[in-house]
Every structure is written in structure tokens, then in C-alpha cells.
Design a protein around this ligand. Structure first.
Ligand code: PBG
Length: 333
């Protein structure tokens, strides 16, 4: 092992390579760049509409026109990938999440408008039923159980619907079994073989999604947890099994979620699979940092960059983060 080549003190003085910024930069092992950052945004109906998400200070739900302006700004900062999440109007919710299949739903409209205005923008579409269901679950509920195979049939159609609107990357976040293979087959049969799949492969049933659920309005609809489909946070080997399944089923990229509390999982996936790997610094991670910043308890700029660099060190190719444009701006300094 490389460690054994180091002589002991005083021949070795690790502080030698820390003595000034230039030498530190020479030996730095990991780097953060705006290209590593993917920006999740919340879309709402209307025009010139901007509503704050109370549990995510600084984050707003944006109407499509404002989302286009925000995307242009993000691109100018070097952030060229955006993930879209709709806040579906309450009157369009139902038990089966039917609005997810409407070719003119909020996400499809936003996709067309964004691609029209910014052809070089890469768009990621979340695939799951929770923004569209009256009960807030990611699938069809019967007898108190989230039905797997029946849900997958809808997810295939949801994916095709988004891909036809111009979505570049389909990101199933539902954790139904077998959905990656089924969606891949469905996309291919629809002539959409170039649409990528980024699988939320290791997605944990996490308390850190709370603010997101408030942002898309799913939180107060939900009357039970998601533990029967999302992973148990006690498990780590199981994450590798999940990643293996999704790769065999045709996933192009893999995601681990949440991020900061699961850096160990990211490292294990990186050590075991040579695939493009992403992580989601989720809403609750944003909220706890934002709360500390508001109280003056943490240095905002340093903490944002340190938290994001940790993902690179753990083995990620990129990070979904609500801090994306702000971090990109800091990196340009
Ligand atoms: C939808 C979805 C969720 C998130 C991303 N996609 C919520 C959930 O699974 O309940 C969470 C993102 C975040 O917390 O920032 N299935």
C-alpha cells in the first residue's frame, strides 16, 4: 500500500505541501467546477409567478417564463443541466396521477419552453407519481399497499410523455422494482433510444425530503411513509444490489439520495461500479445549511463549497444541489 512509502517524521512533514495556496492547489486531489452542478427547480403555473418555499429560504417555485430567465442565468454561470419538478395545481390531482400523462402538463410545457429558449440546456425529468397523486405516494395505492407492476406501467408512459416533450434525461425516483428495464424498453419502442436514464438507484426513505414535499405540495397529502418502497437507511449492501439491478436493466447513470448523510454509500458505489455517479444534496440538507446561515452560525460561502466538494471526494461525477447557481458564482471568483 502506498502509505508504507512515507518515511516518518521528521523526514515526512505533511505540512510542507500545505504552506501556501499555490502548493496546496498543486497537490489537491479533487476539484469542484460549475460543470459538476445540476440545479433542481420547482415549476408553478402562471406568468411572472414566484412563490417562496418557506422551509427552503432562497428557493422559489417559478412560473415557466421566470424559469426560462433563471435557466439563462444558470447557463451563463456554467450550470447547463437543470432538473424539473412541478407543483401540480390541486384540482389536477387524482388517485392514479393521471396528469403525469398529459402531454401538456406543467413539466412538458416547461420542457418545451426551456429547450426552445436554451437549446444547449440539458433537462432532467423526475419520473414518479407523487407530484400528481391525491395521496402523495409515488404509485398506485390499493389495500394500503403501493402497487409495483401496475405503477411501472404508468411510469413507462410518463417517461415517454416527458421524452417526447424534449426531456434529455429521464430520472425515475420512485423505487418500484424493475422500472428501469421497463422504461428503457418503452422508450426504445417509442423510437426514443437516445433518451438517457439516470436512475435514483439507491434512494432512501428519508426525513430529509420534508421541505421538498412542501415545495411540490405533496407533504400534507401524504398520510403514511414511503418505507415500503424507498430503502431502509440501515442498509448499505442493499444499495449495491439496487445499483447492480438498475445497471443490468439499462441505466446510463446512477444516483444516490440523500447526499451528505450517505457519502459512505457513494464511496461504495464508486469503488464497485465504473459508471457515471451522481448524488442529490436534498431539500433537508439545503434547509439545515440555510437555517445555520440565517442564524450566522456557519460561513455561507465556505460551507456551501465544502459540502459540495465532499461529494466529489466521495466519488461523484456530479451533484444535484439547490445551491447550484450560487456555488457556480462562488467558483468563478
Ligand atoms: C419524488 C421525489 C422526491 C425527491 C425527489 N423526487 C421526494 C420523495 O421521494 O418523497 C426529494 C428531493 C429533495 O428532498 O430535495 N419521488
Amino acid at each position: 500500500m502506498a502509505l508504507s512509502y512515507s518515511p516518518s517524521f521528521p523526514l515526512s512533514r505533511p505540512r510542507r505541501t500545505r504552506q501556501n495556496p499555490s502548493i496546496r492547489a498543486m497537490v489537491s486531489e479533487n476539484h469542484l467546477s460549475p460543470k459538476d452542478l445540476i440545479w433542481p427547480i420547482f415549476i408553478t403555473e402562471g406568468k411572472a409567478e414566484k412563490t417562496a418555499v418557506p422551509s427552503m429560504p432562497g428557493v422559489n417555485r417559478l412560473s415557466i417564463d421566470l424559469a426560462v430567465a433563471a435557466a439563462k442565468e444558470a447557463i451563463s454561470l456554467g450550470v447547463s443541466t437543470i432538473a424539473l419538478f412541478p407543483a401540480t395545481p390541486a384540482h389536477l390531482l387524482d388517485e392514479k396521477g393521471s396528469e403525469s400523462l398529459n402531454p401538456d402538463n406543467l413539466v412538458c410545457q416547461a420542457t418545451r419552453a426551456l429547450k426552445d429558449a436554451c437549446p444547449d440546456l440539458t433537462l432532467i425529468g423526475d419520473v414518479a407519481l407523487d407530484p400528481y397523486t391525491s395521496h402523495g405516494h409515488d404509485g398506485i395505492v390499493r389495500d394500503g399497499y403501493i402497487q409495483n407492476d401496475e405503477t411501472v406501467e404508468i411510469l413507462i408512459k410518463q417517461s415517454i410523455n416527458q421524452a417526447k416533450a424534449g426531456m434529455d434525461i429521464i430520472a425515475p425516483s420512485d423505487m418500484m422494482d424493475g422500472r428501469i428495464g421497463a422504461i428503457r424498453k418503452g422508450l426504445d419502442e417509442a423510437g426514443l433510444e437516445l433518451t438517457c436514464i439516470m436512475s435514483y438507484a439507491a434512494k432512501y426513505a428519508s426525513a430529509f425530503y420534508g421541505p421538498f414535499r412542501q415545495a411540490v405540495g405533496a407533504g400534507n397529502r401524504l398520510c403514511s411513509g414511503k418505507e415500503t418502497y424507498q430503502m431502509d437507511s440501515a442498509n448499505s449492501d442493499e444499495a449495491l444490489r439496487e445499483v447492480g439491478f438498475d445497471l443490468q436493466e439499462g441505466a446510463d447513470m446512477i444516483m444516490v439520495k440523500p447526499g451528505m448523510p450517505y457519502l459512505d454509500i457513494i464511496r461504495r458505489v464508486r469503488d464497485n461500479f465504473n459508471v457515471p455517479l451522481f448524488a442529490y444534496q436534498v431539500s433537508g440538507e439545503y434547509a439545515m445549511l440555510a437555517a445555520a446561515f440565517e442564524n450566522g452560525w456557519l460561513n455561507r460561502e465556505k460551507s456551501i463549497l465544502e459540502s459540495l466538494l465532499a461529494f466529489k471526494r466521495a466519488g461523484c461525477n456530479g451533484i444535484l444541489t439547490y445551491f447550484a447557481p450560487e456555488a457556480a458564482r462562488l467558483l468563478q471568483k
